[in-house]
Design a protein around this ligand. Sequence first.
Ligand SMILES: NC(=O)c1ccc[n+]([C@@H]2O[C@H](COP(=O)([O-])OP(=O)(O)OC[C@H]3O[C@@H](n4cnc5c(N)ncnc54)[C@H](O)[C@@H]3O)[C@@H](O)[C@H]2O)c1
Length: 279
Amino acid sequence: MGVLEGKVAFVTGAARGQGRSHAVRLAQEGADIIAVDACATPAWLSYPLATEADLAETVREVEALGRRIVARKADIRDLTAIEAVLGEGVAELGGRLDIVAANAAIISWPRDTWAIDAAEFRELIDVTLTGTFITVKAAVPLMIAAGNGGSVTLTSSGAAITAGKGLGDYKAAKNGVLALKDTLACELAEYFIRVNAVCPTAVDTPMIHNESLHRAFRPDLANPGRDDVRDGFAQMNLLPIPWVDPVDVSNAIVWLASDAARYVTGITLPVDAGNHLKC
Ligand SMILES: NC(=O)c1ccc[n+]([C@@H]2O[C@H](COP(=O)([O-])OP(=O)(O)OC[C@H]3O[C@@H](n4cnc5c(N)ncnc54)[C@H](O)[C@@H]3O)[C@@H](O)[C@H]2O)c1
């Protein structure tokens, strides 16, 4: 029997990468899943986001585990859409919501902060910070109403807790996520809803494995691939690895959602191969 038997979990950005892994790991532990993904890419972004086919694959993998899933194409910036999905999912999955994995986000690319286009800065903050706020704004009233307590995990980033040049937009958004986590942990403790954050180092997903980020790491090469950026990524970590796997972050989320972490709230959990001590 899994450690999350009978629970219902809401995962954003669930079509691929860490979000899909979270949905599958939570389902392996017995949770039913409500999943959303925008399945659409902002025009200026330097890498493609997930597709509806990706979201369908997440559905297939969760159902293959014998768990139920309500999955919808929805943008985390759209409060009406997120409330509708959650309403539908909670009604279909037994009237409860226990776990939130606020995972969806976008990243830009390393450039000096003053060189970031203002409209692109606004959209990154809108998705990565405001979208995380919308996620909890829609989910928390349902958790309070269900009266079962619960676990909310916000995905921040190692980039938020280490210093360095570039990605000022992303770091600002992910530090905002940590501020939301602290505030929500204080506000929701009386309902036994625990609120924590994970800060991964680089994770082996399309967010880092795309042409634009590979080129940023290896401007000396015409067509750098994942093997060409291995050493550069490994330099960020204490442990001699370039990146962690999505399941490493999912395992942290499962633990935080489980009774094993029943008195853990308000923490910032690095899943980072020691990256926070490196800089
Ligand atoms: N990959 C890394 O190296 C890394 C490191 C630290 C933190 N993170 C964070 O981990 C989380 C997951 O990222 P990932 O690595 O799986 O990247 P990813 O790009 O593979 O997955 C992100 C998912 O979010 C979805 N999404 C984007 N904007 C959305 C929106 N407005 N509404 C709904 N869905 C949207 C995308 O379609 C995609 O499926 C993000 O919060 C990211 O910032 C990633």
